[in-house]
Design a protein around this ligand. Structure first.
Ligand code: FES
Length: 76
């Protein structure tokens, strides 16, 4: 993980890129669906806003505390 970047569900040890790939393969479009099958986001919930943003934007790395800002945004 890049220092200071959010790119995984820590509790389930799943990278957002893995979650994105799984979601696409199984036509999953919401965090709720991922939670129902226990894939991610069922413990502390800190990853939820980032995974929601990932499902909407396909970005997989975010600035801590701001799910609306990706690391690509920060580089601009
Ligand atoms: S980081 Fe995803 S549930 Fe805790």
């Amino acid at each position: 993980m890049s220092p200071g970047r959010i790119n995984r569900c820590i509790c389930h040890n799943r990278m957002f890129a893995e979650i994105k790939r799984y979601s696409r393969e199984h036509n999953i479009t919401s965090v709720h669906e991922l939670q129902e099958i226990g894939f991610c986001s069922t413990n502390c919930g800190l990853c939820i806003p980032y995974i929601k943003a990932m499902l909407e934007t396909a970005e997989t790395e975010f600035i801590p505390g701001n799910a609306n800002q990706t690391t690509a945004d920060a580089a601009e």
